[in-house]
Design a protein around this ligand. Structure first.
Ligand SMILES: [Zn+2]
Length: 160
């Protein structure tokens, strides 16, 4: 018998897009050094996910590699864009420790008995949003740019 997960899927792996009202980070701000063995297991796990949604268009790699997937995959707890494996494999982008721990607890194997979703699955964006807020602090450069903009605005006000 299939057991339906009552929890919505925790969506991860969304990146900066000027047309998206969510202010997701650019993945260049999350690059880090994966341990080789863990990295290949996570990449395999991400690639093995069950398809749970198909987009209307392609997602482009934010590092200008070209088209990078058009579907969403899941393990029944998390969901991620198909291209997320590429960001880890090619660009060493970091992922939430909670996701890595979950994959480890599954012995890096997607459950074989995932139920097929009827229609659009239910998503929870808050996990990714909270993680991004915590992990991607504005860099000193962003801060410097913001101070410079404020300086210009103040200057402009004084002139007028
Ligand atoms: Zn790329």
């Amino acid at each position: 018998m299939n057991r339906r997960e009552p929890e919505p899927l925790k969506l991860i792996g969304y990146w900066y897009n000027p047309y998206d009202e969510h202010r997701w980070p650019h993945p260049r701000r999350l690059r880090f050094r994966w341990e080789d063995n863990l990295k290949s297991r996570i990449v395999d796990y991400l690639q093995a996910g069950r398809v749970c949604a198909v987009y209307r268009g392609w997602s482009d790699c934010r590092f200008w590699c070209g088209r990078n997937g058009h579907r969403e995959l899941t393990d029944g707890v998390f969901a991620w864009p198909e291209g997320l494996a590429h960001y880890v494999a090619a660009h060493d982008v970091r992922l939430p420790e909670e996701f890595v721990q979950h994959a480890r607890s599954m012995r890096f194997a997607i459950p074989a008995d995932l139920k097929d979703e009827d229609g659009e699955p239910e998503y929870d964006f808050s996990f990714w949003a909270t993680w991004c807020d915590r992990e991607v602090r504005p860099s000193w450069r962003d801060g410097a740019q913001e101070r410079f903009r404020r300086f210009l605005r103040r200057g402009a006000r004084r002139v007028t």
